[in-house]
Structure formats: structure tokens, C-alpha cells
Design a protein around this ligand. Structure first.
Ligand code: ADP
Ligand code: MG
Length: 233
């Protein structure tokens, strides 16, 4: 069964998932997955490798419709993956402006690149960028559309520790400024508690745990209440 409309009237910028299920070749990966993300909320989705995180994110992003249950997500959405998929044959700004309909696409790309601290790389070629810079280009490309929903699939997984911390801070800053409803898929518990206001844990095909993370920002990974929440996940 494929049902894309939610039975209730839930228009708006939030995300609603009701009794979501997905199987591949008769093997059930997810079942009975139910949760909402309030407009402007930041939810982290945790789970072991192969637990179905990307499967759920793909369906929310409209990249897969072969599921059961109900989903609603804003149409204005952007996705950023771990493999940042920056196209090597286009200069940086054209990568950011890809698919953007605007009279002045370069100006618009430059604004997004400025937000991620890469205005000076607008005319550079992707092969001259570091991994962290490429990931920031991918973020600029997601942000240039000013999406209502931001779907991030382990966006920092491939970065070294220091670059990852900077990229995490950047995502937090951009989220605070624009407030897209955000779903961050990660297998890193510390990253979830650092960035999200709620964490969901997938185990055995469904949401096994939901924890509200009510800590002041910016968060301190050494603070006792940070450590206490981390331990619960
Ligand atoms: P995660 O992102 O949590 O690591 P995935 O959602 O990528 O996990 O995958 C969940 C399970 O579904 C895995 O066992 C994976 O092999 C399987 N799977 C995902 N996509 C496909 C596909 N297109 N065809 C067959 N199996 C798939
Ligand atoms: Mg995945």
C-alpha cells in the first residue's frame, strides 16, 4: 500500500509520520513508525547501521514512495547526504545554484556561500576543495532554496574531528537563524544531543525511544545534564 496523504488536516511546515512501514524483497525493515516533528523543530534520528534511518529519510524526501502508512512533509525541502555530491564539472557557485530559478542565480548562490563562510570559493573548482569545504558547499546548496524542511543524512560522517565540530556549529547557527524543520540522521549520540531538541532511536524496525533534549545552547558536552541525557541514549 502506498498512501501519501495524511488522514488529518496537517498542512504546514511540520512533519507527520503515522504507522510507516517499508520492506525490501519481502524483508521488513521498518514497521509501525509514528512520530511528528513540530514546525521549526530539530529532531535527531539515531540507530545502528542498517536500522532503516536512510530508508525513512528517503521517503520523507520524496525519493521513495513504495511504503505503507502515512507521511506528510513540506514540499519545500532540501536533502544533504554524507557523500556531498558536488558536481566536479561545475564551479562551486553553479553547484549551489543548481536548479534555482532566479534572475540573479549567482547573487543568490553567493549569499548562501557567505552564510557557510565560502564566499571566496564561489568561482573555485570542486576538486580544489577540502572535504569540509565540500560539505559546506552541500549545505549552501540545501540552504539556497530556503527550505521548510531540511533532511540531513549523516552529513558529517566523512569529516575529521575538528572539521566536524565546525560543521556541526554551522548547522546549529543556520538552524537558529532560519528555523527550517530539521531531521538529522546520525549514529553519533553525542552529535544528536549537541544539536537536536529531540532524539528518536530506531531499534528492531520501529521507534524504541524518544527523548526530549531541553538544554541551553550552545551546548557543553562536559556539562552534567548533557552527560546525563547522553547516557540515556
Ligand atoms: P541506515 O541508514 O540506518 O544505515 P538503511 O535505511 O540504509 O539503513 O537500510 C536499512 C536496511 O534496508 C538495510 O538492511 C539495507 O540493506 C536495506 N535496504 C535499503 N535500501 C534498499 C534497497 N534499495 N534494496 C534492498 N534493500 C535495501
Ligand atoms: Mg544510512
Amino acid at each position: 500500500m502506498t498512501v501519501t496523504d495524511h488522514p488529518a488536516d496537517l498542512a504546514g511546515r511540520g512533519v507527520h509520520v503515522l504507522d510507516f512501514g517499508r520492506e525490501f524483497d519481502g524483508r521488513r525493515v521498518l514497521r509501525g513508525v509514528t512520530f511528528d516533528i513540530e514546525p521549526g523543530g530539530f529532531t535527531a534520528l539515531l540507530g545502528a547501521s542498517g536500522s532503516g534511518k536512510s530508508t525513512l529519510l528517503r521517503a520523507l524526501g520524496g525519493l521513495d514512495d513504495d511504503y505503507s502508512g502515512y507521511l506528510t512533509a513540506p514540499e519545500s525541502l532540501a536533502v544533504a547526504f554524507q557523500e556531498h555530491r558536488v558536481l566536479p564539472w561545475l564551479p562551486v557557485w553553479r553547484n549551489v545554484a543548481l536548479g534555482v530559478r532566479d534572475d540573479a542565480p549567482k547573487d543568490r548562490a553567493l549569499r548562501a556561500l557567505t552564510e557557510v563562510g565560502l564566499a571566496d570559493k564561489a568561482d573555485a573548482w570542486p576538486r580544489t576543495l577540502s572535504g569540509g569545504e565540500s560539505q559546506r558547499v552541500a549545505l549552501a546548496r540545501a540552504l539556497v532554496r530556503e527550505p521548510d524542511l531540511l533532511l540531513l543524512d549523516e552529513p558529517f560522517g566523512a569529516l575529521d574531528a575538528l572539521t566536524r565540530i565546525n560543521a556541526q556549529k554551522l548547522v546549529e547557527t543556520l538552524w537558529q537563524r532560519h528555523r527550517p524543520t530539521t531531521l538529522l540522521v546520525t549514529h553519533d549520540v553525542e552529535e544528536a544531543v549537541l544539536l537536536a531538541d529531540r532524539a528518536l532511536v530506531i531499534r528492531d524496525g520501529s521507534i524504541a525511544e524518544q527523548i526530549t533534549i531541553d538544554l541551553p545552547r550552545p551546548r557543553d558536552v562536559t556539562a552534567p545534564d548533557f552527560v546525563a541525557i547522553r547516557r540515556r541514549l
